[in-house]
Design a protein around this ligand. Structure first.
Ligand code: PDD
Length: 287
């Protein structure tokens, strides 16, 4: 039986209920996080919770749950004993208002929900097969650094990519590539890794930040700079990163090969560093 957390209670998934007047349901008025757990240990929890705080501030929503309380709640959702990798999804909305009105209700208690689910990271042989991507115009709003549950543009863009036989869409705004519909972007050219800088056009990914950190620790040249769309087509390697997919090589873009059309050597190096980091998490040496 899957146990979830809803507004202070742990209960079976089937019994978790919210009102149809919840502003998350009516307006998409809320924020969320997805946090992996390796060997029962939450990955970079403080960084995820700091980002949650920034998202909550971004939508002007106050929630009285400390990081310590969050840790307890989320840890309680993870199955104990031998288990595969998991991820925790958490969502906070502006709660239930008595009537549907766009402006904030005078009084409302945030709705807080969390659940865990299994994630199956790809095996090495599978990961290096890579994925296809397409470029699409970024139709989202200009507050993409908030991890908002309002994901309709992302959903439509991802579906368009899938309809075109690709796994992800790389989103272009004013000739610049910022990120995917649910992933951050890395480009490799002549051994130098580039990822776009933080800004309102993209989510500051926790996986991305770890890649930046690992590159720094292991002296791999990495810069954070805007990526013109044209550079995607001259790249030796393209990768996308996210909590649930880790680091994925993009081997074809708009049906043409990226570089040699196979996962590249820089990806191989960074992927291995990332896997080693996960082992350290499992051993409780880092988080
Ligand atoms: N998405 N950019 C967007 C728009 C995202 O939705 C995500 C993650 C990322 C990567 O961030 P991180 O490395 O912190 O997961 C970048 C999650 C996984 C989701 O919506 O399910």
């Amino acid at each position: 039986m899957t146990k979830v957390y809803l507004n202070g209670e742990f209960l079976p998934l089937e019994e978790a209920r919210i009102s149809v007047l919840d502003r998350g349901f009516l307006f998409g008025d809320g924020v969320y996080e997805v946090i992996p757990a390796y060997g029962g240990r939450l990955f970079r929890l403080e960084q995820h919770l700091d980002r949650l705080d920034r998202s909550l501030q971004g939508i002007r929503l106050a929630v009285s749950i400390s990081h310590h309380d969050w840790r307890d709640i989320l840890q309680s959702l993870l199955p104990t004993g031998e288990m595969g990798d998991q991820a925790v999804y958490l969502q906070v909305t502006r709660g239930v208002a008595p009537k549907r009105d766009h402006s904030f209700p005078v009084v409302a208690t945030p709705t807080v929900f969390a659940m865990a689910f299994p994630v199956v990271p790809p095996e090495p042989g599978q990961a290096e097969l890579g994925v296809a991507a397409v470029t699409l115009p970024d139709t989202r709003w200009l507050r993409c650094n908030i991890k908002a549950i309002t994901l309709l543009a992302n959903v439509l863009l991802r579906q368009q990519a899938v309809d075109e036989g690709a796994a992800e869409a790389i989103l272009i705004r004013d000739g610049v590539a910022h990120e995917g519909t649910a992933s951050n972007l890395f480009v490799v050219k002549d051994g130098v890794i580039t990822t776009p800088p933080d800004g309102p056009e993209l989510l500051p990914g926790i996986t991305r930040d770890l890649v930046v950190e690992l590159a720094g620790l292991h002296n791999l040249p990495l810069i954070q700079a805007p990526i013109a769309e044209s550079r995607l087509f001259e790249a030796d390697e393209l990768w996308i990163t996210s909590s649930t997919k880790e680091i994925v090589p993009v081997i074809s873009l708009n049906e043409g090969p990226v570089g040699e059309g196979v996962a590249g050597p820089v990806w191989r190096r960074v992927w291995a560093l990332f896997q080693a980091y996960k082992q350290q998490i499992r051993a409780g040496l880092v988080d």
